[in-house]
Design a protein around this ligand. Structure first.
Ligand code: ATP
Ligand code: MG
Length: 354
């Protein structure tokens, strides 16, 4: 269904992505309503209205969703059962529950990616210490232990090697179900941002190169400098994934690039993504606007890139003096988070056309 001009879009989740989605929606004449358990979240303060309730409070979620013409989400840990409940009750949710389900569990995600013919790092499921010991041996004595669920910005991960205190490492992750992943000696990381419409049309943005520091995205740079063939393969893989999910909206797929040019998918995000934060400044249609267009059932906008671009995150106290710490001539976006905790994503800068 295509939404009429001025329709109301519900956003589940109240962080910076929701805030930027709400801003883009407003620009297109839509009203947004944000559903989030925290009061005064960044997205709620730019939306037409908001509801403060738990994601698992199904009656509250449903009565809110029924006031919206379409519901979308800005983070992947929305309970799948809650989204299924909305859909079963006749609400339109885009992207659908399948995109969430796959993205919120690293084991399902990797299995799904391989089923799509997209290669990932070698991995083993780890449910207990015995699994961990044998997985470590099978992967050659070292690996990255990641919780299957709820990891972000490098949280919920531990590098482990044979001889380490495995019990301690597993306990650090609350002995949750995990996967042990091979450590990939990548030459660089890139990501694809693909938008898919209700008619199945797909458009990919130019591929950025992403630099991480301590597991957190630090910079995204476009053009990436990778070979055209590598970029093409990254785009092609992301389209295959979006099609297989029947995804509607923007989806990001992160990759490791190996020395010989091989791509290994790291993870997928069924939403707008930090590595696409340069798109509003550098492209005809930014990723937030694009996601809103897609979930509204409107045609996708052109993704033509007008400028070379670089994006940097502002973490913690850096966001208190954003113009001092950003390169000269940057365009700064701040997320309106009340506490500048160390390492927290507080804003970003984009530099174009250098
Ligand atoms: P986010 O969702 O914020 O991207 P996350 O917590 O889900 O982060 P990952 O994407 O799994 O974390 O990892 C964060 C970064 O850590 C990667 O971008 C990469 O730089 C490094 N990393 C993760 N897994 C591996 C691996 N198997 N080999 C080498 N480096 C890795
Ligand atoms: Mg990641």
């Amino acid at each position: 269904m295509t939404l009429p001009v001025g329709a109301r879009i519900g956003i589940i989740g109240g962080g910076q992505l929701g805030r930027m989605l709400a801003g883009a929606a407003a620009r297109l004449g839509f009203d947004t309503s944000v559903y989030c358990p925290e009061r005064d979240c960044p997205a709620a303060r730019v939306a037409a209205d908001n509801v403060v309730a738990d994601y698992n409070d199904l009656p509250a979620l449903l009565s809110w969703a029924q006031t919206c013409d379409v519901v979308t989400y800005e983070f992947e840990n929305v309970p799948v059962g809650a989204v299924n409940h909305l859909t079963a009750s006749g609400c339109l949710v885009r992207p659908g529950a399948r995109s969430l389900e796959v993205a919120q569990d690293r084991l399902q995600e990797k299995t799904f990616l391989s089923d799509c013919g997209v290669q990932t790092a070698g991995f083993r499921p780890v449910n207990n210490l015995t699994d961990l010991a044998s997985a470590l041996e099978e992967l050659g004595g070292s690996g990255i232990l990641k919780t299957r669920r709820d990891g972000y910005d490098g949280k919920g991960q531990r590098r482990v090697s044979a001889g380490d205190d495995l019990e301690g490492a597993f306990a650090d992750l609350n002995a949750q179900p995990c996967v042990l992943e091979e450590i990939i000696p990548f030459t660089c990381e890139v990501s694809t941002l693909v938008a898919r419409s209700i008619t199945g049309e797909t458009l990919c943005y130019d591929v950025p190169r992403n630099e991480h520091v301590d597991g957190v995205l630090h910079r995204s740079i476009v053009p990436s400098g990778a070979d055209a063939g590598i970029e093409e393969a990254a785009r092609e893989a992301a389209v295959r994934v979006a099609d297989a999910l029947g995804h509607v909206g923007v989806l990001a797929l992160e990759f490791f690039v190996l020395e010989d040019g091989q791509l290994l998918a790291n993870e997928l995000a069924p939403r707008v993504h930090n590595s696409g934060h340069w798109t509003p400044e550098a492209c005809v249609t930014g990723q937030f606007e694009q996601h809103i267009l897609a979930v509204s059932g409107w045609p996708l906008g052109p993704v033509t890139r007008l400028f070379d671009a670089e994006m940097g995150n502002l973490l913690g106290a850096d966001a208190l003096t954003p113009f001092e710490v950003s390169p000269q001539g940057s365009i700064v976006t701040l997320y309106g988070k009340q506490e500048a905790k160390a390492g927290r994503k507080m804003g970003h800068w984009v530099r174009t056309g250098f």
